[in-house]
Design a protein around this ligand. Structure first.
Ligand code: FES
Length: 340
C-alpha cells in the first residue's frame, strides 16, 4: 500500500500520513488534524487548501465548490485530492474540526431495509466491530459499482451496538440510489468509512433543543432526538422537532419520535408542507416553508435554544440567515453540515 507524508507549512507537529486510496482530508482527520470540512463530497468548499510542494491527483476538477478565482489562486479541495508524492500543504487547522471520534474504514453488511415514505427508505447496516459515532454524524458508503463514496447520516445512535441506519431518498436516475433501491440485498457487503461531520449533539449545551429537517435531512435529526433522550437531556429541557415537506405524502418523522418516552411532554413535533394540494387529500396543517413556521412558533425564544438542522441548501441557507441576522442567535449555538 502506497504511503505519503503530508506536512502542513509552518506547523512543527502538523504532519500526517496518507495511505491507500484516502483523500488528503480523510487522511488528516484520521490523524486527528482539525482540517475544516463539512460535506466530504466536493460541494461546500470548506476544505480548500493549497499545495506548496509535491503532486496530487484531483479526483473532481469540476467540483462545484471550486470557483474560477480558486483555480487562478491554485486552491484545491482536500476532500477531492489524493497525494501522489510527499506533500507540503498550506491550510489553517481549526480546533473545532478535530474529530471527537477518529474515522476508520470497516466492512459492513446490509441487514434490512424499511420503508419510511413513498420514496424514502431506511437501510440498516451491521459491522463486526462496535458502531462508533455521535448523534447527527454521517459516514461515507462505498457502494458497489458507484465510482465515488456517498455521504449518508445515521438515524440511530451507536449506543454500544454494531448498527448504522441511514435513510435515503430515491433520486430519479441517481446511480447510488439505484444500487441501494434495486441491487443491494440483505447480506451484501460494502465498506463504511466514518464517522464524519461536525453537526453532532452537544450534550453539554444547557439550552432547549431545536431540530429542523427537510427532505432526507430527517435521519441526523432523528439521531439527535434519540441521543438527547438516551443521554437524559430531556429531563429538564424541551426538544422541538420541525419537519418541512413538499407535499402531504412526504411528511415523516413523527413515528420515530413517538418511540421516545418524552414524546408529547418534552418532545414536540411541528410538520409543515409547502405544497398542500387540494380536495380530500389536501394538507390541513401548517403550510409554507419550515423556517417560516419556526419563526412563527419560536420567535421570542430563538436565542435561548441550541439549533441543529439538515436538509436541502435553500433550507439551510434560509435558516442560517434568519437565526443569525434576524434573531442574533450566536453561531456557536447553530450546528449543520452543508451538503449540495
Ligand atoms: Fe470538501 Fe465540502 S467540499 S468538505
Amino acid at each position: 500500500m502506497k504511503q505519503y507524508n503530508i506536512a502542513i507549512e509552518g506547523l512543527d507537529n502538523g504532519s500526517f500520513q496518507q495511505q491507500g486510496c484516502d483523500t488528503v482530508l480523510r487522511a488528516a482527520l484520521r490523524a486527528g488534524i482539525g482540517f475544516p470540512y463539512e460535506c466530504n463530497s466536493g460541494g461546500c468548499g470548506s476544505c480548500k487548501y493549497e499545495v506548496v510542494s509535491g503532486e496530487v491527483e484531483n479526483l473532481w476538477p469540476e467540483a462545484p465548490a471550486v470557483t474560477e478565482r480558486d483555480r487562478r489562486k491554485g486552491r484545491l479541495l482536500a476532500c477531492q485530492c489524493r497525494a501522489t508524492s510527499d506533500l507540503v500543504i498550506r491550510m489553517r487547522p481549526q480546533p473545532e474540526a478535530v474529530p471527537v471520534i477518529a474515522p476508520r474504514r470497516m466492512p459492513a453488511r446490509l441487514l434490512e431495509v424499511r420503508e419510511v415514505t413513498h420514496d424514502l427508505r431506511e437501510f440498516r447496516f451491521g459491522t463486526e466491530t462496535p458502531a462508533s459515532f455521535l448523534p447527527g454524524q454521517y459516514a461515507m458508503f462505498a457502494l458497489p459499482g458507484v465510482s465515488s463514496p456517498r455521504a449518508y447520516s445515521m438515524s440511530n445512535t451507536a449506543s454500544g451496538g454494531r448498527e448504522w441506519h441511514v435513510q435515503v431518498r430515491r433520486v430519479p436516475n441517481g446511480k447510488a440510489t439505484e444500487v441501494l433501491f434495486e441491487k443491494l440485498r440483505p447480506g451484501d457487503e460494502l465498506e463504511i468509512d466514518g464517522p464524519y461531520g461536525l453537526a453532532y449533539l452537544r450534550e453539554d449545551a444547557p439550552r432547549d433543543i431545536v431540530c429542523v429537517a427537510g427532505g432526507s435531512g430527517l435521519a441526523p435529526m432523528v439521531s439527535i432526538a434519540r441521543g438527547a433522550s438516551q443521554a437524559g437531556l430531556l429531563k429538564d429541557r424541551h426538544l422541538h422537532f420541525f419537519y418541512g415537506a413538499r407535499t402531504p405524502r412526504d411528511v415523516c418523522g413523527e413515528s420515530f419520535l413517538r418511540e421516545l418516552p418524552e414524546f408529547g411532554e418534552r418532545i414536540h413535533y411541528h410538520p409543515v408542507v409547502s405544497m398542500p394540494g387540494e380536495g380530500e387529500n389536501a394538507w390541513r396543517g401548517e403550510t409554507g416553508f419550515v423556517h417560516e413556521l419556526l419563526r412563527r412558533r419560536m420567535a421570542e425564544r430563538m436565542s435561548e435554544c441550541e439549533f441543529y438542522f439538515a436538509g436541502p441548501p435553500p433550507m439551510t441557507n434560509a435558516l442560517q440567515e434568519m437565526l443569525m441576522l434576524e434573531h442574533r442567535v450566536p453561531f456557536a449555538q447553530i450546528h449543520f453540515d452543508r451538503f449540495f
